[in-house]
Design a binder for this molecule. Structure first.
Ligand code: ACO
Length: 339
């Protein structure tokens, strides 16, 4: 069966770190509340001159440079985000120009926390046709936040990740199997409702210099996330006739620590197999799985021949799971990583 592989990984987080104590100075919250409910200690946030495209470029350039690959060899740039550079053109087009990836067709897909696994499925199909694909997951969520909504604003951070996907030539991370799903029947639970054709941006948001706001019913998201992430993992494992014990690492979307613990419990996976750095970076939406992978490789946590399972859930709702086989360690560079 033809497969594809991730042959390089780049990641970028802004240098500005905002701690829970910093947030407690601008809203009614505390380090203790945020740590206990989410496991988050801090998040990285873009500075004024940074945008989604500039962060994405940094990650994409890192992925190319670390593997000594040429941007001119890219056939596609698939960029997933919920926080685009502007409505049109695609953020991917800005990145294509900055990279001088002259041959690449550049397309945006909606992001959200499952956006990376969904986009990776498309890249996998293209790579099996012989294409070289840059997949970028990127979010500048701090500029979409309702800073008066303390239960949501404390959860997110900014960052960008990029992976290069090619036909499987026996090295890198083989994309062994994956499934993604959507259920659009409950879009109201987690959305950025303003600025599209359904709802104009309310004047009070514009007056405060805002452009979008995330609306989330946290408890409902929690329940759906745990159920769907566990279900998706079980299904990909069953498809492959694999037992959970054959998995070396879970590389989950870094939603929050309580969700990760609940999913591990539901799957009977010990927590020492579940990678988490949510305490440092918080939830970075469609960037989060790439940041997690990059961090794991930079820490030498993953070894050749290991089996990984990734799991994600996010707005839509969309969710999914993927099984990856590490054939060899892909070149990786994570700019701004916490040491
Ligand atoms: N600081 C202090 N108090 C707070 C804060 C805060 N930042 N936020 C809420 N509270 C208060 C509430 O006002 C409430 O007070 P009350 O009892 O006096 O009314 C109390 O804390 C409990 O609020 P809940 O919302 O019920 O708290 P809960 O235990 O559900 O935790 C949380 C909230 C962390 C958002 C949780 O529901 C959650 O993790 N949901 C999942 C959300 C998520 O991860 N979304 C990411 C996008 S989708 C994804 O990535 C999977």
């Amino acid at each position: 069966m033809a497969t594809s592989a991730i042959v390089s990984i780049g990641a970028y987080v802004p240098s500005r770190v905002v701690t829970n104590d910093d947030l407690s100075k601008i809203m009614d919250t505390s380090d203790e509340w945020i740590r206990t409910r989410t496991g988050i200690h801090q998040r990285h946030m873009a500075v004024a001159e940074e945008t989604t495209a500039s962060m994405s470029f940094n990650a994409a350039q890192a992925a190319l440079e670390t593997a000594a690959m040429d941007a001119g060899d890219l056939d596609w740039i698939l960029l997933c985000t919920d926080t685009p550079e502007m409505w049109t053109p695609a953020t991917a087009c800005f990145v294509q120009e900055s990279l001088h990836a002259k041959k690449a067709s550049a397309i945006d897909l909606t992001g959200g926390c499952a956006g990376f696994l969904q986009t990776l499925e498309l890249a996998d199909a293209a790579a099996q046709l012989g294409k070289t694909v840059m997949v970028i997951g990127t979010e500048l969520l701090s500029r979409s936040m309702d800073w008066s909504d303390r239960s949501t604003a404390v959860l997110f951070g900014d960052g960008a990740g990029a992976v290069i996907v090619t036909p499987d030539r026996g090295h890198g991370i083989q994309l062994t199997h994956s499934r993604t799903y959507s259920d659009g029947s409950q879009t109201e639970i987690l959305q950025k409702p303003y600025g599209g054709t359904r709802h104009a941006i309310p004047p009070e948001i514009v007056a405060h210099g805002g452009h979008h706001r995330i609306h989330m019913e946290g408890r409902k998201v929690f329940r759906h996330a745990v159920h769907r992430m566990s279900q998706a993992a079980r299904e990909v494992l069953a498809d492959m006739n694999m037992d959970v014990d054959t998995i070396d690492w879970v590389v989950p979307h870094q939603a929050n620590q309580r969700i990760l613990t609940a999913v591990a419990d539901a799957l009977h996976i010990p927590m020492d197999k579940v990678f988490s750095h949510v305490e440092n970076y918080a939830n970075t939406g469609s960037a989060s799985i790439i940041l997690a992978l990059a961090d794991m490789f930079q820490q030498d946590l993953i070894l050749p021949q290991q089996r990984l399972i990734s799991i994600a859930f996010g707005d839509g709702f969309s969710w999914g799971s993927a099984i990856w086989t590490v054939q060899s360690l892909p070149p990786t560079r994570f700019i701004g990583r916490d040491q």
